[in-house]
Write a protein that binds this ligand. Sequence first.
Ligand code: NAD
Length: 369
Amino acid sequence: MLSFETLYSMGHEQVVFFSDSSCNLKAIVAIHNTVLGPALGGTRMWPYASEQEALTDVLRLSRGMTYKASISGLDLGGGKAVIIGDPTKDKSEALFRSYGQFLQSLNGRYITAEDVNTTVADMEHIFTETDNVAGVAQIHGGSGNPSPYTALGVYRGIEASCTKVYGDRSVKGKVISLQGAGQVGRSLGEILHNNGAKIIFTDINEKNIQLFKDTIPSAEFVKSDEIYDVDCDIYAPCALGATVNDQTVERLKCQIVAGAANNQLAEDKHGEILMKRNILYAPDYLVNAGGVMNVSIEFEGWNDDKSKRMVNTIYDTSLNIFALSDKENIPVNKATDKLAEARIESIRKIKGAYVGTNIAPRFPGRKQR
Ligand code: NAD
């Protein structure tokens, strides 16, 4: 199952299994890289078909967090956790508190937050047992639900893409095909609509479709598979990953792909195909970093202004990446990886310089050696 060969090839530092049969806890934490700081990433709860599937997911997701934190300029490393279980049946106070106690044992090397199927309420239970959790309720000085900040970041990425493609950051009059009318999709749809864009959307969940229609009555609905054929300026994937794939990439009738979903390109080659088709791809793990930026503000005392100020930097970072992609004639996804890796390497190199003066006393009451 888990081999050092896999960990070496993917670059992980540590993988930990937590089990507590009293509350049916089966969790895996993967710490990918802590060069830039403690590993931060959400806890996903999912009824995985097998332990292997859960392990594969957590290894992949934690690696993605390293790149996301790096490109976003955060002093954080990459990590992620999965809890194997059905979120509709298996959640309990005991499960999340037990999980929180285990997290405490990692001594701050990994800090968790919300992810798919985990909520602010779940973070509150974890917070009862450990400080190493972000995204707790705003009433406790936390940052709460990250989705509106993720949506704002995606919007900044879309504006940067418009600047690059049309020479003007405004979305006024642009047609957006939006896939996924969930928490981020709805929030993004609202911002785009309020700034003059026309929205064509799809979803498979009746409740979310209705909520979206209630929020933006002028939005036009299309069936799930029709979204790839919509004549539009911008395709915004906000549902699942890998929607730019062999079956869809030639169908897209847009100039820009920019959305919230993680890992939008099924394979790297799809980034090259988009480039050849003259479709600009906004780097997914940068433009959807608003949520992680928002929780990172908790370490310095969260407030809305500080968070939005950081999320707004996605506009300039996206433009820098587009410029690098042009300069080196490489796809945007490659340019993003290159910048993220370069930052980690440069900081890795300065670690160790004057290390003696950088370490704060860990045992203030004890005599220093
Ligand atoms: P969500 O579950 O609230 O919304 C996802 C929506 O996609 C749901 O309405 C679902 O019905 C719809 N959907 C699923 N399959 C579909 C399909 N085949 N066709 C059309 N619609 C489909 O999730 P969310 O929090 O809005 O996140 C959206 C995406 O953004 C996810 O991929 C998530 O990983 C990513 N993301 C979210 C955040 C955040 O802050 N929430 C941060 C970073 C990345």
